[in-house]
Ligand binder design. Structure first.
Ligand SMILES: [Zn+2]
Ligand SMILES: [Zn+2]
Length: 331
């Protein structure tokens, strides 16, 4: 489908998309759309008011080809609508749909993880301040049923009826980025190492479901041993996975998520929850997460670690420290 064929197609964008039986599931749709630096940057700018093609051009170093292709995929994915508002000259604007406006918690979770866990040499990342309570905070991944924090330790995951691995792989793999490519910002560097590659996100998924052995991961994903070994090496270098000797079999190793790896859980799960809210496989969900303390199927929201109130995107500022502290609305 070309972008042009979607002109004025604003109907139905607030309804969930029905997926094909046996086809890509909600996780594949979510990661296919969002695990891309430029797409996230475009969505962030849209949340901050960009609506015309030239708005994005003026706000960052995005190459025209990247902007055009990402706008097209975001329109096709129902994140934006493209509407013609002028005949002569022909002009369009792009507006976030409800599903597009609901992406902000994913962005906040990514930035918060990067701020907390990633050292960027020479760059001091800003801190987040909640304008409603005035405090510096970290977003807390919270179960809406019981208001308790949802963590690696107190969630249980089970594959749902559309959760087969081959249905979870995003089909829209992006090319590997190369040195010297223009980049949107430094806020999602390591996040992209974890989710910007279809094998990476599958291995994260395998770790979430408790797989720890190289052979199990490799067999389950039907990936080549070289691919799996390469990703596990990268994850080791990033400090999200660590190798430990197997219990009772010291000649074998298992892979375990580190605290940094476990802290990435809200990002991965917010993306999955968003996907499952907006893309429905006829068979049912791809992943069912249960919050063990209350027994509810997980429905999450982000709350403020200082005042414990639910966060809203418009109430979060970043504050850069240093000689001239400056606050900026994040979204
Ligand atoms: Zn709960
Ligand atoms: Zn607060």
């Amino acid at each position: 489908m070309t972008a042009e064929s979607k002109i004025d197609d604003t109907a139905g964008t607030d309804l969930a998309t029905a997926l094909e039986p046996g086809g890509s599931n909600a996780i594949a749709m979510s990661y296919g759309l969002l695990a891309d630096e430029w797409s996230l940057w475009i969505i962030r700018q849209a949340l901050r008011g960009a609506i015309h093609y030239t708005d994005w051009v003026h706000r960052g170093p995005i190459p025209g080809s990247a902007l055009t292709s990402r706008l097209t995929s975001l329109v096709e994915g129902g994140v934006l609508t493209k509407t013609q508002y002028s005949d002569k000259p022909v002009r369009h604007h792009y507006l976030l749909t409800t599903r597009g406006r609901q992406i902000w918690p994913i962005l906040i979770a990514m930035w918060s993880w990067e701020m907390r866990w990633v050292d960027v040499a020479g760059v001091e990342l800003p801190r987040m301040q909640h304008t409603e309570c005035g405090e510096f905070f970290e977003p807390v991944f919270t179960c809406t049923a019981c208001d308790g924090e949802a963590t690696w330790e107190n969630l249980s995951a089970a594959a749902g009826p559309s959760g087969a691995w081959n249905r979870t792989m995003p089909t829209t793999g992006r090319r590997q980025r190369s040195r010297g490519d223009k980049r949107p910002d430094e806020m999602v560097n390591e996040t992209m190492e974890l989710i910007g590659n279809r094998w990476s996100m599958s291995i994260i998924g395998a770790a979430l479901q408790g797989m720890t052995r190289f052979s199990d991961i490799q067999r389950k994903l039907a990936a080549s041993p070289t691919v799996v070994a390469d990703r596990l090496r990268v994850f080791g270098e990033l400090g999200v996975l660590t190798q430990v000797p197997s219990a009772g079999r010291p000649d074998r190793h298992e892979y375990r998520l580190t605290p940094k790896g476990k802290a990435f859980l809200p990002v991965a799960l917010l993306m999955i929850e968003w996907g499952q809210r907006w893309f429905h496989a006829p068979e049912g969900p791809a992943l069912v997460m249960t919050h063990v303390p209350c027994g509810s199927i997980l429905s999450s929201r982000l709350t403020c670690s200082a005042c414990h109130e639910p966060l809203r995107g418009s109430t979060i500022e970043t504050v850069k420290s240093g000689r001239a502290p400056s606050a900026e609305r994040l979204l």
